[in-house]
Design a protein around this ligand. Structure first.
Ligand code: SAM
Length: 267
């Protein structure tokens, strides 16, 4: 299967199974909630800093759930969603969100008729691009689609923390965990190249490794002690430790919360 077939095949099934659900594409409710809270907090912080209306592009907007939260909670902004998989694109359109345009296209090549945005978001989207070249192409496109001093809110998975997670799993004799068949993770070398194209990394409003404690609880501790065939996601065990332990302990979450600002002439 080539890239297009793999992605559309996977997400067509997800659209059929999950419809407009909040947990479409992310069945772990804690991760989904925290991703949304982080993105919302970054958009609100940028809105306060700028003090005016923002244009916001959600790359790979899926069924439009994130856009539905943003349109409810961030006033006076203009929203655009870009989606590759027809079934998810149709679901996003069906929400009829205010001040929102949904476009079908590819984040590597879609030029949005020359429009530039104040904020671009990707929530586990660029990991679907299965080569370094395609990721660099999408990051180059993000650079051309962003205004100077615009921000890119990146919620994507990385190899380095995955390797920390696997070290911890190995200690408890658990198998190595790998990215899903339709994913390829980022690494710091790609980010270094991206920054060299004119981006500064900002301190995020949530710690970059915010999900680390949750990953350790769910993918190490719980997996090591649960009975065979025991439930793994959204369990009482996990809910207890998500509250009992502070977030962001260690660097075990492949999913990182990052923010980059496009450098350019002063406003
Ligand atoms: C893990 S899902 C995340 C969707 C959404 N951000 C969410 O959180 O539900 C990845 C999304 O990226 C879309 N996608 C994959 N490759 C894409 C591409 N080249 N251009 C635009 N969207 C793409 C998929 O169709 C899917 O909706």
């Amino acid at each position: 299967m080539n890239y297009e077939e793999k992605i559309t095949d996977h997400y067509r099934k997800e659209a059929a199974a999950m419809g407009l659900s909040k947990n479409s594409t992310m069945h772990d409710a804690f991760i989904r909630n925290k991703e949304i809270e982080f993105i919302l907090s970054e958009v609100q912080a940028h809105r306060s800093k700028r003090g005016n209306s923002l244009s916001i592009l959600d790359l790979g907007c899926g069924n439009g759930y994130l856009l539905s939260v943003l349109t409810e909670q961030v006033d006076g902004c203009k929203f655009t969603g870009l989606e590759f998989t027809d079934e998810l694109y149709q679901l996003a359109i069906s929400r009829k969100l205010k001040n929102t345009t949904i476009i079908k296209g590819d984040c590597r090549t879609e030029r949005m008729n020359g429009e530039q945005f104040d904020v671009i978001i990707s929530e586990r989207v660029l990991i679907n691009l299965l080569s370094k070249d395609d990721k660099v192409k999408a990051l180059d496109n993000i650079r051309s689609l962003l205004k100077d001093q615009g921000i890119y809110i990146m919620v994507e998975s990385f190899d380095e923390p995955l390797s920390n997670l696997n070290k911890a799993r190995k200690e408890l004799l658990l198998d190595e965990t790998k990215p899903a068949y339709h994913n390829e993770y980022f690494n710091e070398e790609i980010v270094k190249g991206f920054k060299e194209t004119g981006f500064a990394e900002l301190n995020p409003t949530y710690p970059k490794h915010y999900l680390s404690s949750h990953y350790f609880i769910t993918r190490v501790l719980h997996e090591a002690i649960r009975p065979e065939e025991g439930a793994i996601k959204n369990t009482e065990f996990v809910k207890f430790f998500d509250v009992a332990l502070p977030p962001a302990i260690g660097e075990y979450s492949p999913i990182l919360f990052r923010v980059f600002e496009k450098q350019g002439s002063a406003l």
